[in-house]
Ligand binder design. Structure first.
Ligand SMILES: O=C([C@H](O)CO)[C@H](O)[C@H](O)COP(=O)(O)O
Length: 211
């Protein structure tokens, strides 16, 4: 299972600092949606230039104009770009067309989708590299939120998938047991007192479960 760490910060400087601290332990560096909205796609370019050996994920959360938005993110240096599962099929297909032109990938984010299993299969059939079973920050803040539902849905869908939604050191092994291809971590790393140490522990937790 790959480890994806989300730079959910607001400036390129802060993102570069965090990426520098954690890159050694991480497979995929995500430029979070708030960062892209605050700083623009220059954030993607800066991170890819600093970490050319890492997979760079632009969390665009595109809802329309899939081909155009994916194209500008790939041109900026992204290897993976997210499109929302709630978007029209043509938006996902447009993003996939751009990804194929750049030899890159689209990730379909199932945030807010009620029937995640069905939409995951549809997204994969449309050409998504993988789908993200995701409970967003607002959903996580609601009483009774539990990662378990996402993991069960991911297992059931039988497509390549990532899991995002408050994943931490306490839960990363359950994400791996569910068969996820990627664990996405935001606050557990960027809000940690020592982000590098947290990323190192997450990497170790994955590695020990592999053996
Ligand atoms: O995608 C995210 C969210 O929608 C804000 O843009 C986060 O990167 C994702 O949820 C991972 O963050 P945590 O939930 O804090 O682990």
């Amino acid at each position: 299972m790959k480890l994806q760490v989300a730079m959910d910060l607001l400036t390129v400087e802060d993102a570069l600092l965090l990426a520098g601290q954690v890159a050694e332990y991480v497979d995929i560096i995500e430029l979070g949606t708030p960062l892209i909205k605050a700083a623009g796609l220059s954030a993607v370019t800066a991170i890819k230039a600093a970490h050319p050996d890492k997979i760079v994920f632009a969390d665009m959360k595109t809802m329309d104009a899939g081909e155009l938005e994916a194209d500008i993110a790939f041109r900026a240096g992204a290897d993976l770009v997210s499109i929302l599962g709630s978007a029209d099929d043509s938006t996902i297909a447009g993003g996939v067309k751009a990804a194929r032109a750049h030899n890159k990938g689209i990730v379909v984010d199932l945030i807010g989708v009620a029937d995640k299993v069905t939409r995951a299969k549809e997204a994969r059939a449309l050409g998504a590299k993988f789908v993200e079973f995701h409970a967003g920050l607002d959903e996580q803040a609601q009483p009774g939120h539990d990662l378990g539902g996402l993991l069960t849905a991911g297992e059931e869908a039988r497509v390549p998938f990532s899991v995002a939604g408050g994943v931490s050191l306490d839960t990363i092994e359950s994400v791996q047991r569910a068969g996820a291809d990627v664990a996405v971590i935001g606050r557990s790393v960027h809000s940690a007192a020592d982000p590098a140490l947290e990323a190192k522990k997450l990497r170790a937790a994955i590695s020990s479960s592999n053996s």
